[in-house]
Design a protein around this ligand. Structure first.
Ligand SMILES: [Zn+2]
Length: 439
């Protein structure tokens, strides 16, 4: 096909040093012996794009795109998405033929705040991961911390992690002022202040997208009610991890009475003692769960280290209860377990029967909309150039749930390259590197 000729030319070009503008002169002089190569090099001023990702299958649900297209990036933004953009107009060309080009993943459930090291933030300190340690290598460009910090320590979180990460980091504030410190600190209703949480959410509006409830084990709805109050006052969403409660709290009441349309129920396919499951003992999705989904309650995957079981996921998918957002619940315990990383979770859902375009939507545009950031998760012209280049491999693979059950699969998605704001953060196959030529 015609594309392979073009591909050949593109592959040949990077065999001499990359250099732009004035810095090119010495390198080009050294190449004077190779007249043909110089003739192939376009004048610098014609190269209006910083990066061209060409020939990949672009899946961009926010813009209704699914086809072989080129994506041009300029000054950190998507400049153009079209068929056959001239590679001579780009300073760097990535040949993505045979690969999938999608918006960078938006993972709305992660834990990336370490807290202090004085012993008062034990849960966070031992569970948090630096965003750049896992996100770029799994094609994730935005992570949302799910309640590791609260109003008391969000400024520390910002200074410690958000400001220093190449990955974009957003946050749900914990309704607990001291955040996710573990133990009794998370049971203290006296530290769950809606007004202060709302004030902090507004003060840090660039990063904070909502309010999280988690780990409270008492019989009261107060944490949820206060989180909703804080979210209402600050314009964000509530994310609830309904865990173990004594006595058990009613899932029906949470989904149909307390959560507003747009609020998020995470760990949808968990089967945790002391929390009602979405699928009942006979394998049927509880009717009120489907009713809540119709009401607009959002169901977040939140895989984690103990919150994804096939006994829930398989019947739920068959009966139409799909995850509105694919997310990892990334932390130290889930990283090396059944969860692994974002591309593994997406691959698992692919092998459970979800389609690739639908999975891309639920990992990009859908979560971006859920957190009120529709400018993310899109390859729309003018948007931040957050791009995932994915490889769909076929072979023999296994996927495991958090109870140690395995399904066999024949497809796996790998992250080949990750671009955030136009910068390449991950490039496993050296797609953006020059070809090595032995001296
Ligand atoms: Zn979590």
């Amino acid at each position: 096909m015609a594309g392979s000729d073009v591909k050949g030319v593109r592959r040949a070009r990077p065999s001499y040093p990359r250099c732009f503008g004035a810095r090119c002169a010495p390198a080009l002089a050294s190449l004077a012996v190779s007249g043909a190569a110089i003739a192939a090099e376009p004048p610098a001023q014609a190269r209006e794009y910083d990066l061209l990702i060409s020939g990949g299958r672009v899946i961009d649900p926010a813009n209704g795109r699914d086809g072989i297209l080129d994506v041009a990036v300029r000054r950190g933004r998507i400049a153009r998405v079209a068929v056959d953009i001239d590679p001579a107009r780009a300073r760097a060309v990535v040949d993505a033929s045979g690969l999938i080009v999608a918006p960078g993943f938006v993972d709305i459930h992660t834990h990336v705040f370490f807290g202090t090291t004085d012993g008062t933030y034990l849960h966070n300190t031992y569970e948090a991961l630096a965003p750049d340690s896992f996100a770029p290598r799994s094609c994730t460009t935005t992570v949302v911390d799910a309640g590791s910090s609260g109003w008391r320590d969000v400024a520390l979180f910002k200074a410690q992690t958000i400001a220093h990460s190449k990955t974009r980091v957003l946050a749900f504030l914990n309704i607990v002022g001291g955040g996710m410190r573990g133990g009794r600190a998370e049971q203290d209703l006296g530290d769950m202040d809606a007004a202060r949480t709302a004030a902090a959410a507004r003060a840090h509006g660039d990063e904070v997208v909502g309010v999280k409830v988690a780990h409270y084990a008492g019989p009261a709805w107060d944490p949820v009610l206060r989180a909703v109050e804080a979210a209402r006052a600050s314009g964000g969403r509530v994310m609830v991890d309904l865990g173990h409660h004594v006595p058990e709290l009613s899932l029906r009441e949470l989904l149909l009475t307390h959560l507003r349309p747009g609020d998020i129920f995470t760990h949808v396919y968990a089967d945790i003692p002391g929390r009602t499951t979405v699928v009942d003992e006979s394998g049927r999705v509880r009717p009120y769960v489907l009713e809540a989904a119709r009401r607009g309650v959002v169901f977040d995957l939140g895989h984690g280290a103990g919150s994804f079981v096939f006994d829930q996921a398989v019947p739920a998918l068959a009966q139409g209860l799909l995850p509105d957002a694919i997310s990892t619940d990334m932390r130290l315990k889930s990283l090396n377990g059944a969860m692994g990383d974002m591309v593994n979770v997406v691959s698992k859902m692919l092998n459970l029967g979800m389609s690739l375009p639908d999975l891309v939507r639920r990992s990009t545009a859908a979560p971006a909309a859920i957190i009120g950031r529709p400018e993310l998760g899109t390859l729309g012209e003018g948007a931040a150039a957050d791009v995932a280049v994915l490889r769909l491999d076929t072979g023999r693979y296994g996927y495991v749930d958090t109870r140690g059950a395995r399904i066999d699969g024949d497809r796996r998605i790998e992250c080949a390259m990750t671009v955030r704001d136009g910068r390449v953060l991950w490039d496993r196959d050296g797609l953006n590197a020059r070809r090595y030529v032995p001296r």
